[in-house]
Design a protein around this ligand. Structure first.
Ligand code: ADA
Length: 580
């Protein structure tokens, strides 16, 4: 199951997880996929090939192959949750779909496939260049491969291709004010995209949210159509951090009252806004206390099993945190499901990392980013945990070209979803010089700061109070310190509390967190970072080719700083005997 719930009850659905044939050296690339070598290797899917010792450092194209059988002739929908990061898919030797970007899904429908065996071949390519998103030298590793599930499901000729639910709250059953006169009603606007591989066909579109169903009988033209249904759902419970209530969503096509196709999802009802320095959740200021989380683990790379996702989230909550920044790309939808269930807020971001005006102007790098942003929003719009779309990270925000690109991205995000907040992460350098021209396009500001780490002097509270004053002086909006941290090689504990020691990392948080926690005007923070992660950055400054700023190590062993952070966020006295 690729989500935390069944996504259909009518379709025969399976994942194509397991062992796939694999090669990085096809005898003759031009004649692929036909010439798939008989003696190819095999690898697990989902998995990043760089998480396997034998392909630890493979950068470039690689090929996957597997077959699947159909007991009878069917139309099938094949969906890749993520292939990193350039992909071409062939079915029975014919190219069916291409995709750019390693963190968002793509799919194709194969009509009327014959009964029997069929061959899927995937060409995947990692290896960053001046024309990839992200660019080379990015501070996380460019894992390659089929890194998330491949879902195959049969579809009838007329099927639900997708749906978008939007809603307004505070509409009471009596149409008057809200709560007091009879419970809160959600006014739903459902856009249901119905595909039709055949001639015009009559169907009843049925959208159910919770216990309430709206129906509309339509004639779906060949090729398909989108239908808008609007209806009220009474007495809904809101999604809050304390009570993360979720409502089932069922979108079905019926013939004579019988469901002939369906899709399922979940939704949580909540409202987001900004007011002065506050980010409001359901009208109340929310105090973000969080961490940045890369999808990485030495055993699996980004293709993390549910167990790792669950434990990461448990450790994050145990430390007293209520927010995660998915640095710097859309995490696996199942992890977002877990955050929905746990009442943890998520900032989702697209991997524009350290782009300047020249980068945004190169080839179609902006168009591709806009597409990735739209794919991310379309994939995740129903997750209540996701409260903000983050457009970029530490780009050259003082440059005109970057400001224009940011404006375009902000418009794209708001056009696609006006129910969430828009942000981006700027860097203390531009903020300090008062030169950031991009935050103005946002609802709240995220700012990264590394005083006491990328500065010669040791960390001090003054550095940070000064930084906060400067940020707030320049940006009349809620401010989140979206990155701050210090590197610590696991187990390195020294009396002189030198940089790279766990001891210094602890001192760093003992110094900075009280400043951030003590600033009532600050909307919150997200620590850099949850765990140590593999990086493509120049190993100078990255011991073991890792970004060692995790408060837990790569294998999730707690560093001393984990205990310090937990204690400071819990507001309790220091725990002298154990650091965790
Ligand atoms: C940056 C960047 C992170 C990471 C961090 C660091 O702020 O956004 O991806 O590289 O610095 O560790 O230096």
């Amino acid at each position: 199951m690729h989500r935390r719930f069944e996504t259909t009850t009518t379709r025969q659905q399976r994942t194509l997880d397991g062992t796939w044939e694999f090669t990085t050296e096809p005898p003759n690339t031009d004649s692929m996929p036909e010439a798939f070598p008989a003696d190819a290797d095999t690898v697990p899917v989902p998995c990043a090939w760089n998480a396997l010792p034998e392909y630890y450092d493979h950068h470039g194209p690689a090929w996957y192959r597997r077959t699947f059988s159909l007991p009878e002739s069917e139309s099938v929908r094949i969906r890749f949750l993520a292939v990193s990061h350039e992909a071409t898919v062939y079915l029975d030797g014919e190219e069916r779909v291409e995709h750019s970007g390693g963190y968002t899904p793509f799919e194709f429908v194969a009509e009327d496939l014959a009964a029997g065996e069929h061959e899927l071949v995937v060409r995947a390519e990692n290896g960053r260049s001046e024309t990839t998103i992200p660019l080379p030298e990015t501070d996380w590793f460019d894992y390659g491969g089929i890194t998330r599930e491949v879902v195959l499901e049969t579809v009838p000729d007329v099927f639900v291709e997708g749906f978008d639910l939007q809603y307004d709250l505070g509409v009471s059953e009596s149409g008057g004010g809200s709560e007091e006169d009879g419970g809160e009603t959600a006014r739903i606007r459902a856009d249901v995209h119905v595909a039709n591989l055949d001639d015009d066909a009559e169907r009843t579109v049925a959208v159910t949210v919770g216990e309430t169903t709206a129906r509309e009988t339509v004639t779906v033209p060949a090729g398909g159509e989108t239908y808008g249904l609007e209806f009220d759902v009474p007495s809904v419970e809101r999604w809050t951090l304390e009570e993360p209530t979720l409502h089932d969503v069922h979108v079905a096509l019926e013939v004579d009252g019988e469901v002939v196709d369906d899709r399922r999802d979940r939704i949580g009802f909540r409202e987001l806004a900004v007011d002065g320095r506050d980010i409001l959740l359901n009208g109340d200021p929310v105090d973000l206390r969080g961490v940045n989380r890369h999808e990485d683990h030495p055993e699996w790379g980004p293709a993390q099993p549910l167990r790792i996702m669950r434990e990461d989230l448990a450790r994050i909550r145990e430390a007293g945190m209520n927010c995660i920044r998915g640095s710097h790309y859309p995490n696996h939808p199942r992890f977002l499901d877990l955050c929905d269930e746990a009442g943890v807020l998520v900032i989702e971001e697209i991997p524009y990392w350290h782009f300047d005006a020249e980068d945004f102007a190169r080839e179609d790098l902006l168009e591709r980013g806009v597409t990735t942003l739209e794919e991310m929003i379309s994939r995740d719009r129903h997750h209540p945990s996701v409260f903000a779309w983050s457009l970029t990270n530490e780009c050259a925000n003082e440059q005109e070209g970057v400001a224009e690109a940011t404006e375009r991205l902000a418009e794209t995000a708001r056009d696609a979803d006006d129910s969430r907040l828009v942000t981006l992460a700027s860097y203390n350098e531009w903020v300090d010089r008062g030169e950031d021209r991009c935050l103005a396009h946002c609802d709240f500001a995220c700012v990264n700061g590394y005083y006491g780490w990328y500065t010669d002097e040791r960390v001090s509270a003054d550095q940070w109070t000064g930084f906060l004053e400067r940020v707030k002086a320049d940006h009349e909006m809620p401010v989140v310190v979206s990155e701050f941290g210090a590197g610590a090689v696991e187990g390195e504990r020294t009396w002189e509390r030198g940089k790279w020691s766990e001891t210094y990392q602890t001192e760093f948080f003992e110094t900075v967190l009280p400043v951030l926690l003590g600033d009532d005007e600050l909307a919150g923070f997200t620590i850099w970072q949850f765990c140590d992660t593999r990086t493509s950055r120049d190993p100078m400054g990255r011991p073991k080719s890792k970004n060692n700023k995790g408060i837990v190590g790569e294998y999730r062993r707690p560093k001393a700083a984990y205990g310090t952070v937990k204690q400071l966020l819990s507001g309790s006295e220091p725990d002298t005997d154990a650091d965790t």
